[in-house]
Design a protein around this ligand. Structure first.
Ligand code: ATP
Ligand code: MG
Length: 653
């Protein structure tokens, strides 16, 4: 659809498709029939899913929808932590492993459900002693250690909201989040291991709470045995306070709509938003999706989600979904190349991991490191592979399928957001055929549309804005303290239709499969064609010399915008980033998706600016391409990257 306005041009074509194997289908948790059930009686379908949980009191209405405000499972009462922990012990599974924890320096811990119950109860008693009550906010900045999960569950048990802040965030970023939510307690650690070395943590958190009057106490887990500054009266060691508590804690039921947590978005497009999630609907959808999208079998599967608990993926798919489903999970503290580039595969082999869930940025990194690395390990335990966080380029998808999944494991590309709380668009393994780069279709119970500027469905073959046209149980209930921003950000764009505006571009292919095309803010307009950055990037990545690519549209007098590409070349090719190599790349894009998408400029760089969750921040590259000072870099993982890129360009590279 080449036109000047509302819809996105549908450029690339992908014809590879992988139907589910009969063997997998025969044992899959879901069937094709679920889709129809989810459509025909949406509320009945979700009521069935809510029955996965233990309710202290059953709801009397599934959904109360006063757009844009939803209440799910009205008057139902439950305790989220009870559902994730005690219930399994009560049902006789106390000896099942909840977490195989792997520390970065090589230490490890095995935590059963009975252990978890006793640890969470002690922590809940400790938090109560520190004055934490239902409705209070607790900030958590911890490395990926068991105490991080225990702290979250202790808050949930007490009905206090946690606000987890990624361990790599600066004091300023932590302070802003503490202030926004007026947190009463901060849980942190003395230090954290990063690439084999202890790095300070408490020094940073101290700086963050220097003048945040809402903070009454700082609870400190000992992890690295680093000397730390100490404020008497305010600071408390975890081992002093928690270890001495009783491991009995009486559980209390909260309303289905009781707030569970606040989590700030990644900040890829701008200032992070404090997304509020509540209890019953959130846990229902987290558990249901973890069950069907990963084909999880309690007591049998070994599950590993590589995200950090500081992101929504860590909340829904390390903590709440898997624990509600009585999963045995791997929890890994460190970076993927410490002490060597085979660390993930070594862990998969050690624990017989069957479900592995990661992000495209890491898959592209594994590609850069080479397939010889996973080849050294036994990956035969793997059954399902997942991807989340960004559109996955078809070449990265194929690499993942061949070199990690050995052409045997279905890949589930899962689209969702901090705001959606749980997976919304993904194939179901054993049910849905998969295509490299496509998230395929909405899961049963969920409804989405791709629409034009005028809210018209674009139909098969068309591209436009992704909207969610029906409420869903784990939807955000607001932005903390800012109702106007909530309405404005998500509900004003298609106010007449009452659609939730996701901010992402998408298209349907000729079979009606959904392809995510990146953020609407990143869509380029070249001579009247609205072109997706994702499609041009995928074309570049499909060239054998390119490891990673980021594409932006820069103001251009004749064409409106011109395509500027930043590419990282693979090992050997990097030595030859000369004019011929660049011309070959431009021709390759032209051949793959058409002359209209040929980049005007291709710049070879060493690194790309990424958020701490590993997503490319195109808005900063747009600043560079248009010779502006770069905007807010506070959520950037490595702030020196922008200097490197800008200087490299001035040097005429
Ligand atoms: P901010 O909203 O602060 O800019 P963010 O959108 O990166 O940050 P998240 O909620 O962590 O914060 O990410 C959700 C976004 O990630 C989605 O809107 C989408 O752009 C992208 N995304 C996640 N999963 C996928 C996927 N499977 N395919 C394509 N894009 C995805
Ligand atoms: Mg977002």
């Amino acid at each position: 659809m080449a036109d000047s306005g509302p819809t996105l041009s549908n450029l690339s074509t992908e014809s590879r498709s992988f139907p589910p194997s009969e063997e997998f289908a025969a044992q899959a948790n879901a069937t094709e029939e679920w889709y129809a059930r989810g459509d025909d009686d949406r509320e009945g379908f979700w009521a069935e899913q809510a029955d996965r949980l233990h309710w202290h009191q059953k709801w009397d209405q599934v959904l109360d929808w006063q757009p844009p405000f939803a209440k799910w499972f009205v008057n139902g009462k439950l305790n989220v932590a009870y559902n994730c922990v005690d219930r399994h012990v009560d049902e006789g599974h106390g000896e099942q492993v909840a977490f195989h924890w792997e520390g970065e320096p090589g230490d490890s811990r095995t935590i059963t459900y009975a252990d978890l119950k006793s640890e969470v109860s002690k922590a809940a008693n400790a938090l109560t002693e520190l004055g934490v009550q239902a409705g209070d906010r607790v900030a958590i900045q911890l490395p990926m250690i068991p105490e991080a999960v225990i702290s979250m569950l202790a808050c949930a048990r007490l009905g206090a909201m946690h606000s987890v802040v990624f361990g790599g965030f600066s004091p300023g970023a932590l302070k802003a989040r503490i202030e926004d939510a007026e947190c009463k307690l901060l849980i942190t650690s003395d230090g954290q291991f990063r690439r084999g070395k202890p790095a300070p943590m408490k020094e940073n958190t101290d700086e963050a709470v220097k003048d945040t009057p809402s903070i009454e106490h700082v609870l400190v887990v000992k992890r690295t045995e680093t000397e730390v500054p100490w404020t008497e009266g305010r600071d408390v060691w975890w081992h002093d306070l928690v270890d001495k508590q009783s491991d009995e804690h009486e559980v209390q039921a909260f309303d289905a709509e009781h707030p569970l947590f606040i989590l700030y978005t990644s900040g890829t497009t701008g200032k992070p938003k404090g997304i509020l999630h509540t209890s019953g609907g959130y846990l229902t959808q987290a558990a249901y999706t973890h069950h069907v999208v990963f084909d999880h079998k309690p007591g049998e599967s070994v599950y590993w989600c590589t995200a950090d608990i500081g992101w929504i993926t860590g909340h829904s798919y390390i903590v709440y979904g898997p624990l509600a489903n009585r999963a045995t999970s791997v929890l890994y503290e460190g970076t993927p190349n410490t002490p060597h580039e085979g660390r993930h595969w070594e862990i998969v082999q050690k624990h017989g991991v069957s479900i592995y869930y990661t992000a495209p940025t890491l898959i592209r990194t594994f590609m850069k490191w080479g397939k010889e690395i996973p080849e050294k390990y036994d990956l035969s335990s793997l059954k399902v592979l997942g991807s989340v966080g960004e559109p996955i380029n078809p070449e990265a998808w194929m690499w993942y399928r061949e070199n990690i999944g050995h052409d045997r494991c279905p890949i589930v590309d899962t689209w969702w957001q901090t705001e959606t709380g749980a997976i919304m668009i993904a194939p179901l393994p054993g049910v849905t055929a998969t295509k490299p780069g496509s998230a395929m279709r909405t899961i049963p119970g969920i409804s989405a549309e791709v629409v034009s500027e005028e809210a018209e469905p674009v139909g098969v073959g068309g591209g436009g804005y992704l909207v969610l046209d029906k409420p869903w149980p784990s939807m955000l209930r607001g932005i903390w303290g800012d109702e106007e921003r909530y309405k404005d950000t998500y509900w004003s764009r298609f106010a007449d239709q009452g659609y939730y505006f996701a901010g992402d571009g998408a298209k349907y292919d000729d079979d009606g499969a959904i392809w995510l095309l990146g953020r609407v803010d990143d869509v380029m307009n070249v001579s009247g064609h609205r072109i997706s950055t994702t499609e041009v990037e995928s074309a570049l990545v499909s060239h054998p010399t390119v490891a990673e690519a980021a594409v932006v549209g820069a103001a251009d007098e004749t064409t409106g915008q011109g395509i500027v590409a930043f590419v990282i070349l693979r090992g050997n090719a990097a030595k030859d980033g000369g004019e011929d190599a660049i011309k070959a790349l431009r021709d390759h894009v032209s051949k793959e998706i058409g002359p209209i998408a040929k980049p005007k400029k291709i710049l070879v760089v060493e690194e790309l600016p990424k958020t701490r969750s590993g997503k490319i921040m195109r808005r900063l590259l747009r600043d560079v391409a248009e010779n502006r000072d770069v905007g807010d870099v506070s959520t950037l993982a490595d702030s020196t990257v922008m200097d490197l890129i800008s200087t490299g360009l001035k040097d005429g590279k």
